[in-house]
Design a protein around this ligand. Sequence first.
Ligand code: BTN
Length: 259
Amino acid sequence: MPDPSFTDIRWFESIDSTNRYLLDEARGGAPHGVVAVADHQSAGRGRLGRRWEAPAGSNLLVSVLLRLGLPPEARHLAAVVVGLAAVDAVIAECGVTPRIKWPNDLLGPDGRKLAGVLAEADLAGPQAHGYPPIVVGIGINVGWPLSDSDLPGDLVGAVTSLQQEAGRPVDRSALLHALLAALGPRAASLGTPEGRAEQASDLRRCCVTIGSQVRVELAGGGFEGLATDVTDEGHLVVATGSGSRTVVAGDVLHLRPAG
Ligand code: BTN
């Protein structure tokens, strides 16, 4: 059974973007815990302004509206708990154990991408001076791609699906309910510093970026170093030749995996 905070599930056959839908609902005063799911998105949003595409009815495309009152420095943890809940759900429903590539990609056992997370907050909205609602969307590759031949050239070898990894079809609805059940307690625990530290420690346990040599891409340029830890706010710590840097937001390329 889903946690009581995630029982308002709005399932769309087709929509532009479940993240866009919930951001609009949040602006209209929708409460914490509303869930939007789509069989198909015509303008699915990915990180860094990219598109998120999947054939209709194949993958789990879901967003949740979170009103957690998180202080700005801990805001990243909203996305972290959705990623961790997805890991829990995939283990429970498929027997496959994904790892998390910072900030929030789920990777299969051979490092191919299984899912991506996009968190969006309405910082210019009416709550701009308080703690804004956060919409966290996740796209989990459930039944697509079935093989590399389904993928455009630039994604060949980089993307996988639960069906490929588990070797059998996986039920999207069962996966959704497992994800929401895992998310309930994880989201609730973000209400205290101890709970936030616990979620960060779970992230540490399954974060494949820690121990990897990385290149961090930032808006104004990039740098390389060894990812050594994540902070209790879920930020990435990278050791460089000139000291340690904490990355709050950015894209990370794994240059050499953890040994
Ligand atoms: C990424 O780029 O890795 C993040 C992808 C996030 C995609 C999901 S699908 C459900 C939700 N609605 C969107 O428009 N995007 C997110």
